[in-house]
Design a protein around this ligand. Structure first.
Ligand code: XMP
Length: 329
């Protein structure tokens, strides 16, 4: 077996050999493990010639921007520009209900924001950035099963609907993919050596389109985003407090675009329902719904209805994948 320290040293050598002393490199950080570890590694190799961007698309979880920016800056000292683009994303998404249309709009807006960042950077530097870092992993790289004994292949396609995805073609950026021979657990190991906080390395996966795929229909309806953020935060915090976060592949709340009757205090209410979803999985391709203890569910349900205005009903999603997908859209 190879030692992860050796892998790191080797990768740093490769990156330094590839990126010339005048070259500049950009990286889009999603807040996930892969892009964070990839950027941290490249930063170690070439320092301030790396320029990262983190985009707030208005579809992030409760305090997500603050939390990840704190890790990027305080823990990892990464040079990151945080762009709050929530207004443009949400105005483009207004009234759009088709899930694939929603994904397309989010992808298109992301490219526009990234493009603007790259052009600003070009003005500042007086030259075009040359390279783009991507956190592509080995499982993303495998086009088909490589023939036995051929070792790991370099040819690849990036899964279309997953991750940050397509980037402007006219920019002609060359790719740096320092994780492309690693599996997820190896990336976590590498991250540890690079001093990425362990709690960060254990974060559940989060989809690129964010909360948009957890609000069936129009993302901008009513207070959906705000309600969803509060419910999700209570649910995740309870999971952490119960010590079961690491047993779960993904856990999250879903906003249900339906109002039902409730009685709260001495009043009848007509408010939204929410669903809770938690699954175990190895790779996200198949998943089983997670068995919570009844007491846990009871506590969470009460807490949500007592503290989130606009919610009077909590449901639990008890479907596995297949037949359901993990996300609701
Ligand atoms: P599904 O919902 O298809 O999800 O069972 C499998 C895994 O992929 C994530 N997912 C996405 N990730 N962009 C992403 O970057 C997407 O459009 C997207 N859709 C689903 C999902 O969170 C789960 O981990």
């Amino acid at each position: 077996g190879w030692k992860m320290e050796d892998v790191m040293e080797e990768e740093i050598k490769v990156i330094r050999g590839m990126v010339g002393p005048q070259d500049h490199v950009i990286c889009a950080l999603s807040g996930g493990v892969d892009s964070t570890v990839a950027a941290t590694l490249v930063h170690k190799a070439i320092g301030e010639r790396l320029h990262c961007i983190f985009v707030d698309n208005g579809l992030l979880r409760y305090k997500e921007q603050e939390r990840v920016m704190e890790t990027f800056e305080k823990d990892l000292h990464l040079p990151v520009t945080c762009v709050d683009a929530s207004v443009r994303f949400l105005s483009e998404l207004k009234g759009v209900t088709d899930p694939e249309k929603k994904r397309k709009i989010i992808g298109k807006e992301f490219i526009a924001v990234f493009d603007a960042f790259a052009h600003d950077l070009e003005k500042k530097l007086g030259k075009k950035p040359t390279y783009l870092v991507q956190g592509t992993l080995y499982p993303d790289v495998i086009e088909s099963c490589p023939p036995p004994g051929s070792g790991k292949t370099h040819s690849h396609t990036i899964k279309s609907h997953h991750n940050v995805g397509g980037l402007p073609k006219d920019m002609k950026l060359k790719l740096i993919e320092p994780l492309k021979l690693l599996f997820k657990d190896e990336v976590r190991e590498l991250g540890k050596i690079l001093d990425v906080p362990v709690s960060f390395l254990k974060r559940h996966p989060f989809p690129g389109p964010g909360l948009a795929v957890r609000i069936p229909g129009d993302v901008t309806q009513g207070n959906a985003l705000d309600i969803l953020r509060q419910v999700d935060e209570i649910f995740i915090q309870a999971i952490k407090d119960a010590g079961i976060y690491d047993e779960i592949w993904q856990a999250f709340a879903v906003f249900l675009p339906v109002k039902t009757t409730g009685v709260q205090g001495d009043q009848r209410t007509h408010s939204n329902a929410v669903a809770l979803r938690a699954v175990t999985s190895h790779d996200g391709m198949t998943a089983d719904w997670y068995y919570f203890e009844h007491k846990f569910l009871d506590d969470v349900s009460r807490k949500i209805c007592n503290s989130v205005r606009g919610v009077n009903r909590v449901c639990l999603d008890i479907t596995s994948k297949p037949p359901s997908t993990i996300e609701w859209e």
